[in-house]
Design a protein around this ligand. Structure first.
Ligand code: IMP
Ligand code: MG
Length: 177
């Protein structure tokens, strides 16, 4: 595996993003919704930098991929999301790749009657966008490589790594039967 972002670099990026969010949202009623499971580490670090009252909840999305390059079928579950009617929502995800996950979730949250919906991602992969929307906050732009760690997974492995790494052909070969 090749390290793309060290633990220190990620923490600096999360602090930078938190500063922007604090400037933009202070005084508003903010509800932060993390997209499970990939945002779990980012969500935990980001909310601890936000020093004003806020609600925190989660929403589920999964894009069933066995492959590292092809997007699978998207499945979304807002059943466990708190009621966000009338609230300003900030949707948090690990990575904006094609953008279909975020575009779909933003629509679902709007349907729930949110006053506004914005989005923040740790990573944006260059040259992959297939939707018109763009995330409002991005901590890092990364090249088009399959990355893991800091919440991002390959088949639910690697999420616990404190840094971000790209999986190389040798790493992927281990997964072949
Ligand atoms: P999108 O809908 O194509 O933007 O994909 C978003 C989802 O795909 C993310 O929430 C991740 O779960 C997953 N994903 C996309 N790229 C990567 C990657 O490089 N590593 C791990 N997961 C990824
Ligand atoms: Mg994800």
């Amino acid at each position: 595996m090749k390290t793309i972002l060290t633990e220190e670099a990620i923490h600096a990026g999360v602090r930078r993003l938190a500063t922007q969010i604090i400037d933009d949202f202070r005084g508003e009623r903010l509800a932060v919704m993390g997209v499970m499971t990939g945002s779990v580490v980012f969500l935990a670090d980001l909310i601890r930098q936000l020093d004003f009252p806020l609600r925190v909840g989660v929403v589920w999305a999964s894009s069933y991929r066995g492959s590292t390059t092809v997007r699978g079928e998207l499945s979304v579950n807002t059943a466990m999301m708190p009621n966000v009617s009338g609230e300003h929502v900030l949707l948090i995800d690990d990575i904006f790749d094609t953008g279909h996950t975020l575009a779909h979730l933003l629509q679902e949250i709007q349907k729930c009657g949110a006053a506004s919906v914005r989005s923040a991602v740790l990573l944006r992969k260059q040259g992959r966008r297939e939707v018109t929307i763009v995330p409002d906050y991005v901590a890092f732009e990364i090249p088009d490589e399959f990355v893991v760690g800091y919440g991002l997974d390959y088949q639910d492995y690697y999420r616990h790594l404190p840094y971000l790494a790209a999986l190389e052909p040798d790493d992927l070969a281990k997964w072949q039967p």
